[in-house]
Ligand binder design. Structure first.
Ligand SMILES: NC(=O)c1ccc[n+]([C@@H]2O[C@H](COP(=O)([O-])OP(=O)(O)OC[C@H]3O[C@@H](n4cnc5c(N)ncnc54)[C@H](O)[C@@H]3O)[C@@H](O)[C@H]2O)c1
Length: 345
């Protein structure tokens, strides 16, 4: 880690969200100066207090919107920002099809607004939260970064990610002093080992693991497995689950990489291990200590068969590798879910 990167502030947008909050913990643990902006549309301000409790550190937090240019400028005026990790976005795949304009406005206009303010303040290093959804139904498994994205994502949310990738890439091509790491996450899962941070969706969870956790505490009756006729060993869809702490550490590695002035670079953050839905249900049931109820439902529109990363580029160039196991994901998630359900956090 270089000292220059630590003296300046890292602005974390969406830093009170699921992945953002875990990344802020890792940044603070490594003595980075951190400032967070999050409009708390999908989280609560309490997350900030829990980050402070875990790290025993305080940091500036602004409950503001990245669409608000003057508010962003205020933050850039107050702090000597050297780089930005940009998480802030809406992320509901199903919801994105129902309210596409809200998704394009928040995720794309919000990012353009942020990039404009960064440019004004000569801050030209950005780590962007992209997604494996940019690969659509990929022709190559495991998926390398060179896999074409031309056939495109199968939903509006994924398109916001792909379009922002193009915007950032175009910016780096036009102005060569920009550096960007486009991080394509596979399936983040699990929670902080303290049990104090995790994913806590407000409505019906979109993703398997938070849904399963809510079934386990009796908040939902049973899990609906969308499709058992995929080409996999048990017919259920295959995903590459990555522990949230491993994923968060990947952001620090990407941030460091930007110090080498690489221009615009893409990395898959995944483990390279594919797991079916039924295998994940079994692993989580083991952590909970009993079988969890599920039923097979029709396939969900937009879901693809297999999203498993080839993570070798990130392993090599970022000197980063996912280390934690499915059991680690399941146990930490269960600890978090029981804490939340019991009102401990
Ligand atoms: N969780 C996943 O499965 C996954 C997978 C791939 C990519 N991603 C991307 O990673 C990023 C973080 O995801 P997450 O799972 O932590 O989601 P999250 O919803 O927990 O976090 C996003 C945060 O951004 C904030 N936010 C949203 N719009 C904002 C705005 N206009 N201004 C300020 N704050 C705003 C929300 O309040 C929230 O706290 C997102 O960009 C998401 O699209 C997530």
């Amino acid at each position: 880690m270089t000292t220059s990167s630590q003296n300046k502030f890292v602005l974390v947008t969406g830093g009170a969200g699921y992945i953002g909050s875990h990344t802020v913990v890792e940044l603070l643990n490594k003595d980075y100066n951190v400032v967070v902006v999050d409009n708390v549309s999908a989280t609560s301000q309490d997350t900030i207090h829990r980050i402070e409790k875990i790290t025993n550190k305080k940091f500036p937090f602004f409950p503001w919107d990245i669409l608000d240019g003057p508010a962003l400028r205020d933050i850039f005026n107050q702090f000597d920002i050297g780089s930005v990790i940009h998480f802030a976005a809406l992320k509901g795949v199903g919801e994105s099809g129902q309210i596409p304009l809200a998704y394009y406005h928040n995720n794309i206009t919000g990012t353009i607004n942020l990039l404009q303010v960064m440019k004004e303040f000569n801050v030209k290093n950005i780590v962007f939260s992209s997604s494996a959804t940019v690969y659509g139904e990929p022709p190559i498994i495991p998926i390398p970064e060179t896999c074409p994205t031309a056939s495109g994502p199968t939903n509006t949310y994924g398109r916001t990610k792909l379009f922002v990738e193009h915007i950032i890439r175009d910016l780096c091509t036009a102005e060569q002093d920009w550096n960007a790491a486009l991080l394509r996450y596979f399936n983040p899962a699990g929670a902080h080992p303290s049990g104090m941070l995790g994913e806590n969706p407000s409505g019906v969870p979109n993703n398997l693991m938070p849904y399963l956790a809510q079934v386990a505490v009796g908040k939902r009756e049973e899990l609906c497995i969308f499709g058992d006729d995929y080409k996999s060993k048990d017919g259920t869809a295959i995903r590459d689950y990555i522990h949230i702490v491993d994923l968060s550490i990947g952001h620090l590695a990407a941030l460091e990489k930007l110090n080498e002035n690489p221009g615009c670079i893409e990395y898959n953050l995944g483990t390279g291990q594919g797991t079916t839905v039924l295998e994940m249900v079994s692993a989580f049931s083991k952590a909970v200590g009993r079988d969890l109820p599920y039923k097979i439902c029709p396939r969900r529109a937009g879901d693809v068969t297999n999203l498993t990363a080839d993570p070798r580029k990130a392993n090599k160039e970022l000197n980063w590798k996912a280390e934690l196991t499915l059991d680690d994901m399941c146990q930490s998630l269960w600890k978090w879910q029981t804490n939340v359900a019991n009102g401990v956090v």
